[in-house]
Design a protein around this ligand. Structure first.
Ligand code: NAD
Length: 340
């Protein structure tokens, strides 16, 4: 019998691409998502691409312990991938309590359900934002954490909760993956990034400007200590992130306890370089203005992807041009995002 994986936040950007990857590799997939930042339509698209649907999808909040427990009663899970979280840095500065409640409270609710139902294997969505304002890049997993905003702190706290849980429960096996900047879309044009409201991340803003949904891009600061003064990030194709989760599932249990890995390419790209690459992909001008720095942002975050390469013999395969092309293809085919 094929393994069944619970994917929280499975209708979201990274979650939906991971569902495709898992279904295409024979896993059974059960999704929990309250659709606070996603459309249920995404799972219809997942089924279309993968040629079969997820086993079940529950429109519930992970913090709803009774409802979550019922999901664990209904399925025998081999592992859990926990994507469900709030992820907008700027919003987290405005709404810290909501961020701690959803991200940390959601993780503790999930861990309680896993413990009660004897499920010991977890892949957790962490973030490169835990490194904060890094003194130097690229960053290894041994570099100190120094979160600079509530969102990043929630991810760091979740890592501590997971590490403590693993110390207490010797059967637990946890992989915390610190993604750098996932972007792009499925090459079918069916699946992509479609956040509710005005997006917080650069790539969906670029795509929405190009398609005419937003008037222009605001570049938050050009006085960072980087080559062109704008922030430098390590963009990684969302399908590489999804593939990384499939491979992570295969390596859960290589060793007991918790391990933390960067998921990035090791290539840094500035805001203005990404604007240029996206302009090339979409063939349309992207109007932008330089504004003040955004609270909580940092100059540069670039991964040293060596640890995961050594542990899993794994590396990303898609470049910045593919990320921009696929993101644009999704936006052009779905100018208003998924239909309501
Ligand atoms: N996209 C990035 O740049 C990035 C970078 C690093 C880490 N991450 C992390 O990866 C994960 C997935 O990110 P994403 O980009 O796919 O975001 P997303 O917002 O597209 O996906 C998150 C999903 O979780 C759901 N969700 C949120 N709160 C929930 C709750 N309380 N109960 C049930 N479902 C809930 C949302 O509806 C959404 O479908 C998040 O944990 C995020 O913090 C994302």
């Amino acid at each position: 019998m094929s393994a069944t994986v619970l994917v929280t936040g499975g209708a979201g950007f990274i979650g939906s691409h991971t569902c495709v990857e898992l279904l295409e590799h024979g896993y059974g997939v059960v999704v929990v998502d309250d659709h606070s930042n996603s459309s249920p339509r995404a799972l219809e698209r997942v089924a279309k691409i993968a040629g079969r649907p997820v086993t079940a999808a529950y429109g519930i909040d992970v913090r709803d312990r009774r409802a979550l427990s019922a999901v664990f009663d209904a399925h025998a899970f081999d592992a859990v991938i926990h994507f469900a979280a709030k992820k907008a840095v700027g919003e987290s500065v405005e709404l810290p309590v909501e961020y701690y409640d959803t991200n940390v409270g959601g993780t503790t609710a999930l861990l309680s359900a896993m413990r009660e139902h004897g499920v010991h294997r977890l892949v957790f969505s962490s973030s490169c934002s835990v490194y904060g304002d890094a003194a130097a890049v690229p960053l290894t997993e041994e570099d100190p954490a120094a979160p600079t905003n509530p969102y990043a702190t929630t991810k760091w706290l979740c890592e501590q909760v997971l590490a403590d849980t693993c110390r207490r429960l010797p059967d637990m096996s946890v992989l915390a993956l610190r993604y750098f900047n996932p972007v792009g879309a499925h090459s079918s044009g069916l699946l992509g990034e479609d956040p509710r409201g005005v997006p917080d991340n650069l790539m969906p803003v670029l795509a929405q400007v190009a398609v005419g949904r937003l008037p222009g891009l605001r570049v938050f600061g050009d006085d960072y200590p980087t080559a062109d003064g704008t922030g430098v990030r390590d963009y990684i194709h969302v399908r590489d992130v999804a593939d990384g989760h499939r491979v992570a599932l295969e390596h859960l249990g290589d060793e007991r306890g918790m391990r933390t890995f960067n998921l990035g390419t090791g290539v840094g790209t500035s805001v203005l370089e990404l604007v240029a690459a996206f302009t090339h992909a979409c063939g349309r001008p992207i109007p932008y203005e330089i504004t003040a720095r955004r609270p909580g942002d940092v100059a540069a975050l670039v991964a040293d992807p060596g640890a995961v390469a050594r542990a899993w013999n794994w590396a990303t395969t898609r470049d910045l041009a593919a990320m921009c092309r696929d993101a644009w293809e999704f936006q052009e085919l779905n100018p208003s995002g998924y239909p309501d």
